[in-house]
Design a protein. Structure first.
Length: 223
């Protein structure tokens, strides 16, 4: 699929429950096993987050995840790597402040990839929107041990501030569970992104379903 296949409203809806893979937290279960369960539980977007291991394995896993996402209509995104996202024919790539700049990513990908970006500040968020980002990941909202370089919690007010400053969708990430997802949506986020809440769960499908129910209820209450 191409960027044109994800118009703004469809993209916003696809960001409701965004599950990121993490081999270190999956307790020996494969990316395919985890994501298959997460999608069955209601995940609307998936990100292949590949930090260690041979790139050949990432390609193999990514192709399987791409097919699962296509079967369910979920958004499929690759973390950090524009080249891998293009090779996998992913829907998008998600970049951070230390990754390839958005302008260069857009030059490489053209209209083939949705561009997600994780800004650290409001100024970076505004600059990312001007540079062509399609959505923003803001966090860590509550703090997290999953990403060692994530920094201290930014809090709900930071999420609200960025939501009010940009016109593109915002997703909250970091320490989010079914117990605390509602305030993130109430702060204006289009959805929540999670890693350990689903990937490390005893039952990833049930964990995803619980999160999806909270997100849907909070979005309905905001309309």
């Amino acid at each position: 699929m191409a960027r044109a296949d994800w118009p703004p409203e469809r993209l916003r809806q696809a960001l409701g429950l965004y599950v990121l893979t993490d081999r270190g937290l999956s307790r020996g279960r494969s990316e395919v096993e985890i994501i298959q369960a997460a999608l069955a539980g209601g995940a609307t977007a998936v990100q292949l987050r590949w930090k260690v291991g041979p790139l050949a394995e990432a390609v193999h896993a990514g192709r399987a995840l791409r097919e699962l996402c296509r079967e369910t209509g979920a958004l499929f995104v690759v973390n950090d790597r524009v080249d891998l996202a293009l090779a996998l024919e992913a829907d998008g790539v998600h970049l951070g402040v230390e990754d390839l700049p958005l302008e260069e990513a857009h030059q490489l990908a053209g209209d083939r990839l949705i561009l997600g970006f994780s800004p650290s500040t409001l100024d970076e968020a505004l600059a990312a929107e001007r540079a062509g980002a399609d959505y923003l990941g803001i966090g860590p909202v509550y703090g997290t041990a999953t990403k060692a370089d994530a920094g201290p919690a930014v809090g709900l007010e930071h999420v609200r501030q960025i939501v009010q400053a940009v016109s593109i969708p915002v997703v909250g990430i970091g320490g989010i569970t079914a117990a605390n997802a509602q305030p993130v949506i109430e702060a204006g986020a289009a959805g929540v992104a999670v890693i350990s809440a689903v990937v490390a769960a005893d039952d990833p499908r049930a964990a995803a379903a619980a999160l999806r129910a909270v997100v849907d209820e909070a979005l309905a209450g905001r309309r």
